[in-house]
Design a protein around this ligand. Structure first.
Ligand code: SAM
Length: 284
């Protein structure tokens, strides 16, 4: 079908607490489109009422995303413009809608993203933690074993790490960060951003746990956890990743070649690794 006759899907961020954070362009788009796809009708109706916007709402949440995406694609194919919003912040970022976007690309339907509020980026910007290299991990798993495994795998992640967390699990999660990452790792909790009780607090993990436990109000509401990346302070430190590469290679090839290839892959000094290998009897 000719792209000219198709509608456009607009991705429209909404405020994460303070209604003044909506943009002029978001308001205009919400007025101009023929349909607004929403995660929760009641939630978005409050926002629209506040800005005096009347429009057709169409429910699409994580339970009906597949089916409703097909229905929305039908409307887009008829030439209707649609705005996708979630309950708060940027749709798609731990919110439904990705399935619809993939389908739009498949059918050559134009997707236009509007910039706007996102809790992860807003928290990062105020964290004071290095922010030119970061990874976003969404919600920490609610099951302890999965959460601990994930945190363990991120122990030597050098980029800043961003998590979303619920007030119900924050204490357990900080406890797990202490156990799986490091009690002295610097972390920031950004809570209730843009709202009345906004609080951005940074501490070493162990002190953060004590600080939280001092006052229940310190972990009420919505929050983002930012964890400082791993700092390799020892020049000859051999990370878990380096050792994994080395031991995998050593299963198949000679000690000399394993050391050489590992040091090339990870850009490290081969003598340190060689000494480690001898000390740990990898030459046998
Ligand atoms: N799409 C949203 C965004 O762009 O940030 C995120 C949706 S996710 C379902 C909701 C989570 O975002 C909350 O549980 C919390 O971790 C975080 N969050 C949302 N609003 C927040 C706020 N005002 N302050 C701190 N964290 C917030």
């Amino acid at each position: 079908m000719n792209k000219f006759y198709l509608g456009i899907l607009y991705i429209v961020p909404t405020p994460i607490g303070n209604l003044s954070d909506i943009t002029h362009r978001a308001l205009k788009t919400l007025k101009d489109v023929q349909i607004i796809a929403v995660e929760n009708i009641k939630h978005t109706s409050i926002l629209l009422k506040h800005f005096n916007i009347k429009n057709r709402l169409f429910l699409m949440n994580k339970d009906n995303e597949t089916k409703q995406s097909d229905n929305l694609i039908k409307e887009l194919k008829k030439g209707k413009n649609i705005a996708l919003v979630s309950n708060a912040g940027t749709p798609i970022i731990n919110d439904p809608g990705n399935f619809l976007i993939k389908k739009c690309h498949f059918f050559n339907i134009k997707v236009i993203p509007l910039p706007g509020a996102c809790a992860a980026i807003t928290a990062l910007s105020a964290s004071g933690i290095m922010n030119n290299r970061f990874c976003y991990e969404g919600f920490l798993p609610s099951k302890k074993k999965l959460r601990c495994n994930l945190l363990k795998s991120l122990k030597e992640e050098t980029r800043t790490i961003i998590f979303y967390e619920s007030k119900y699990r924050i204490i357990e999660s900080i406890q797990d960060i202490i156990e799986q990452i490091d009690k002295n790792r610097y972390i920031v909790i950004a809570r209730e951003i843009t709202k009345k009780w906004e609080c951005i607090h940074g501490e070493k993990a162990k002190l953060m746990l004590e600080w939280l436990k001092e006052d229940r109000c310190r972990y009420k509401g919505e929050m983002v956890i930012i964890i400082d990346g791993f700092k390799n302070l020892k020049k000859d430190h051999l990370s878990q990743k380096i050792l994994e590469t080395f031991t995998t290679l050593r299963n198949f090839i000679s000690l000399k070649t394993s050391v050489l290839v590992t040091s090339k892959i990870h850009n490290i000094n081969k003598n340190n690794l060689y000494q480690y290998a001898i000390k740990n009897k990898h030459d046998k």
